[in-house]
Design a protein around this ligand. Structure first.
Ligand code: ADP
Length: 369
């Protein structure tokens, strides 16, 4: 018997008037997964979440939960609970009554619901604040109470809309660890909306990147980072350089990739999808931490290299972020381990050579806009 909390969106569309907000969303979420909907503001994340919660109608398509079609179910019929960005605690109720609220609505006896609310407060480490009112709590504490309140109805799926965005950076990191720990302890499905790739990377089993109302990639964070599916995804998650090139001749399982700066190198056949033809212009990404930097004339053991000039150097603790410009004006960023840079005092204006290995090229079919 599969676990509860499986969710599926099948060809889901949402229009506001004539304007589409979410288009052709297909997503299958296994039971107990931590899923992050990730993307820039306005890309349709919250609308998708609200449709899952039943707070927003679906224009076309279906939402299935544990194989039930819940598209037309009310929020309370779905087995979901929602946690909002603003904690939305009732200011006139203490924490215990805030947490117990869902059970009061469901008609449970006071003593029973308060016992259960105390258990939930203990789960989120807020047992000592049962009698406190929301205004007496910090943002992080209010958030824990809001989570307890969402969990008290024993949902199979917890929906979280930017739950960490109102917290300061230190607390945000602490709370995201707590969210993940509680999700794992209870084995629930979490669907969490965020515009922060760092948050999605830290939390998600599956990250779903959206752009302009559409899903662009569904993948575990590591895959997303190693193989972004489109230039947009590479750009949005950060840490990648985007370059342009053109496919040239092929030879013994290898294909020539010509760069715009009259250089190039060989990549292997299996890096190129079959519908890309010789002569096609295309783009590709290379991770910033996969770029090597050498002085002109020094040996660089990489298949691809480009002359460039250092434009900016940023100290980032373990890494130096070195921004360079190529002869054709492209801006490339290299993340160099700080410990490797001690011997070489990099300076803005230095002429350098940037190099990368063929295996670190991630080709896109799309040309850059
Ligand atoms: P995100 O959560 O990714 O920031 P939203 O899902 O909130 O994006 O919004 C997606 C698009 O739908 C945006 O263009 C937004 O302006 C529009 N939109 C969202 N809610 C409404 C609404 N209630 N009425 C009209 N348009 C809306």
């Amino acid at each position: 018997m599969p676990g509860k909390g499986q969710v599926e969106l099948v060809s889901v569309h949402k229009n506001y008037g004539n304007r589409p907000a979410v288009m052709d969303v297909n997503l299958r979420i296994p039971s107990g997964a931590y899923v992050c909907l990730l993307g820039p503001s306005g890309c349709g994340k919250s609308t998708t979440l609200r449709m899952l919660a039943g707070h927003e109608s679906v224009s076309e398509g279906d939402i299935l939960m544990d194989n039930r079609n819940v598209t037309d179910f009310s929020p309370t019929q779905r087995g979901t609970a929602m946690m909002f960005q603003s904690y939305a605690l009732f200011p006139h109720m203490n924490c215990l009554d805030n947490v117990a609220f869902g059970l009061r609505i469901a008609g449970m006896k006071k003593s029973e619901r308060q016992d259960r609310a105390r258990e939930l407060l203990a789960l989120v480490n807020m047992q000592d604040f049962a009698e406190s009112f929301p205004e007496q709590l910090s943002g992080g504490q209010q958030q824990r109470v809001a989570l307890a309140r969402a969990l008290i109805t024993e949902p199979d799926v917890v929906l979280l809309d930017e739950p960490l965005s109102a917290l300061d950076p230190f607390l945000r990191i602490k709370m995201r660890k707590e969210l993940k720990a509680i999700q794992q302890k209870l084995g629930l499905t979490f669907v969490h909306v965020t515009h922060s790739q760092e948050e999605a990377f830290a939390l998600a089993d599956i990250a779903v990147v959206m752009e302009g109302g559409k899903i662009r990639q569904i993948a575990p964070p590591r895959t997303l980072f190693e193989r972004p599916a489109t230039p947009f995804v590479a750009q949005f998650i950060g840490g990648h350089n985007l370059l342009q090139g053109r496919l040239g001749q092929s030879q013994a399982g290898r294909i020539r990739l010509e760069l715009d700066d009259n250089t190039g190198g060989w990549i292997t056949d299996n890096q190129v999808s079959s519908d890309i033809q010789p002569g096609d212009a295309l783009s590709f990404s290379v991770r910033c931490d996969h770029l090597a930097l050498a002085l002109p004339g020094d040996a660089l053991e990489h298949e691809f290299s480009l002359p460039a000039t250092i434009r900016d150097i940023e100290f980032q603790g373990a890494f130096l972020y070195v921004e360079c410009t190529t002869a054709s004006g492209e801006s490339l960023m290299a993340y160099l381990p700080e410990r490797d840079c001690g011997q070489w005092p990099l300076q803005c204006g230095d002429a350098v050579v940037l190099g990368w290995k063929a295996e670190h090229i991630n080709l896109f079919q799309q040309h850059l806009a």
